[in-house]
Design a binder for this molecule. Structure first.
Ligand SMILES: [Zn+2]
Ligand SMILES: [Zn+2]
Length: 78
């Protein structure tokens, strides 16, 4: 699971399948191990209830999710 801001790589001009909105430049997004990408906020809300990717339903290990959550909390202090 990878945490980054949209616009860093430029290859994620897509939309979030959770809220169905496009990724805007600078917005915080997460890439799951299955390489699907969602807003960080949407992902955290989603995995508070479900342990599977909303798109392909592959299981995301709770530790990976927890790491991303900690990263998000850490990054939000900037
Ligand atoms: Zn979203
Ligand atoms: Zn997936």
């Amino acid at each position: 699971m990878k945490l980054f801001n949209c616009g860093d790589g430029g290859e994620h001009k897509d939309e979030c399948s959770i809220c169905l909105k496009e990724f805007e430049n600078g917005v915080s997004i997460i890439e799951l191990p299955c390489s699907h990408v969602f807003h960080t906020v949407c992902t955290l809300n989603w995995f508070a209830q479900v342990a599977n990717c909303p798109l392909c339903r592959s299981l995301v290990h709770p530790l990976q999710y927890e790491q991303a959550r900690m990263d998000t909390i850490y990054n939000s202090h900037y």
